[in-house]
Ligand binder design. Sequence first.
Ligand SMILES: [Zn+2]
Length: 225
Amino acid sequence: MKLSVIKNIHGTIEVMTGLHIGASKETIEIGGLDNPIIKDPLPGSNAPYIPGSSLKGKLRSLYEMKEGRYTSKGNPCDCAKCEVCAVFGTSSSKRPPELGPTRIVVRDAHLSEKWKERFQKGELPLEIKYENSINRITGIANPRPLERVPAGVEFDFFISFRVFDTDPKDAENDYMNVLFKSMRLLQLDALGGGGSRGCGQIRFTNIQIDGEQKGADFLESIKLN
Ligand SMILES: [Zn+2]
């Protein structure tokens, strides 16, 4: 198999409801917030961003849920045969040569130029949302803070897509459609933590494929069935 082309898919991720992608425990400062979001470790930056791994993982898991294609233990598919394994990759050592390399590379999504400037000027205050669990007997609320990127903020996303000469040409089964379906599913679901409690609704806008601008209804036009 030969690499035919690498397509560039990029655009904007618009935060519709507060986005919480949690930082790991090791990065929490003493006296810091309990549930901070992940921030760019680059000195002087500290800006919120969306790790490519978070985005890719969520896209994959939604697609797998939709297609019922995960392992009996709930782990990612590792059949090393299907379109999910082709597009998102597999750790399986059984990966046959004809499946070829993982098709997508999902980059970290950083703040768009406009929001980067606003963040540097201190005009992008992160939001602290307090969530309560209520003791069923005493009725006492137990609030815990959750740091979030507020609604309206925009990130730039970049996904590279490798197309091989042996990939299926049929549009319905096209590997790239796996990606677009999963992006559509993500718009219907949520990114990051607290999705079932209203966090992390996002929208992909301004989608361009190799510089070609797609219409506003591009993802809505992708069939899920
Ligand atoms: Zn598979």
